[in-house]
Design a protein around this ligand. Structure first.
Ligand SMILES: [Zn+2]
Length: 336
């Protein structure tokens, strides 16, 4: 939106991912005035990335026609686990060598503004809550299906971060306590992420094919196509039995995890976001996936929750994290 129509003050949000750094400058109503994206280059180390995250704030301000000092505050979203009080990354899954890095203060030093620090999935949840698919609701849970499974819980103006910065880690809820349960990348078994992430979908597909499953998906893989969630989604769209079963099995596990969230929180809405949504509302497989999640939830919850809890797709896509981080900076500044 043009700067002349924007409402002051302005906030910047910077979302650190394993692949990209995404930044957004928003106005007081969460409307985007400027975007900036660049590669993370995680191998160059955290100090280099922190410098570029700080620079991204200057870039946003210039693009919007503002001086950086005219921004009220900055929000930074980062993969965790984090120590939010200390402003550090405790252990960043796919960012090797970044452990215990003081990201909040280093970005603040590079951009010269106060920085609010948040888990990336919590930031994305706040983005959806503030200006996305969750804007009509007073409470929501966001589950992001990607390489891993992220979670964010927003209740009113409370971003649930917990006493030890591990609140809202919905991807690590136990959905299968059996000794034979799948291993989660976090090192424990039976977690939601071990069943609903892109990695899990690919691993389950590989296992099924190795065990002799046939059909179009197996044939495509045998012909050398890389086995990805996009391929599984495409073959499910074309009616392949194994691909459809894999997608629906993912939905079933997601529904099981969701029921525990409903019973712990009773949110108005649960949104599904991230890269692995099989085309979302726009695609038949995406719609079938969502219907299967809803059916599994209805089967296992109380009648009131089955009837009233909204379960749907998120709407901000890959921009939820940066917009939400900016929103959390605004919230920290005392704005409702
Ligand atoms: Zn886990």
């Amino acid at each position: 939106m043009p700067l002349a129509e924007a409402r002051q003050p302005f906030y910047a949000g910077v979302d650190l991912g394993g692949t990209n750094i995404k930044a957004a400058l928003v106005d007081d109503l969460g409307r985007v005035v400027a975007f900036h994206t660049e590669k993370t280059h995680a191998d160059r180390g955290p100090e280099d990335a922190a410098a570029r995250m700080g620079e991204a704030v200057h870039v946003l301000a210039r693009r919007a026609g503002l001086a950086t000092a005219e921004l009220a505050a900055v929000g930074v979203g980062s993969p965790g686990p984090l120590d939010l009080q200390a402003g550090t990354i405790v252990r960043a899954g796919n960012l090797v060598g970044w452990d215990n890095f003081p990201l909040r203060d280093r970005v603040a030093a590079h951009c010269g503004l106060p920085v609010t620090f948040a888990n990336d999935a919590n930031a994305a949840a706040f983005g959806e809550f503030w200006v996305g698919a969750g804007r009509e609701y007073d409470s929501l849970v966001l589950l992001t299906l990607g390489t891993g499974v992220g979670g964010g819980i927003i209740i009113g103006d409370l971003n649930v971060e917990g006493a030890h910065s591990h609140g809202s880690e919905c991807g690590h809820m136990i959905v299968d306590p059996a000794e034979t349960a799948r291993m989660c990348p976090c090192g424990h078994s039976g977690h939601l992420e071990a069943y609903c992430s892109a990695k899990s979908l690919v691993a389950r597909a590989e296992e099924a094919i190795a065990a002799g499953a046939t059909g179009a998906l197996a044939a495509a893989v045998a012909a050398g196509e890389p086995l990805t969630p996009i391929l599984v989604g495409r073959e499910a769209e074309a009616g392949d039995g194994l691909a459809t079963e894999l997608v629906m099995e993912t939905a079933r596990w997601l529904g099981i995890g969701m029921v525990s969230l409903l019973h712990a929180i009773d949110p108005e809405a649960v949104m599904i976001g991230g890269a692995m949504t099989f085309g979302g509302e726009k695609a038949p497989v995406g719609r079938a996936f969502l219907e299967r999640v809803r059916a599994e939830v209805r089967r296992r919850t109380f009648p009131t929750l089955a009837e009233k809890t909204v379960i749907g797709y998120a709407s901000l896509g890959g921009d939820a994290g940066s917009i939400g981080a900016a929103g959390l900076a605004r919230l920290a500044a005392g704005k409702r």
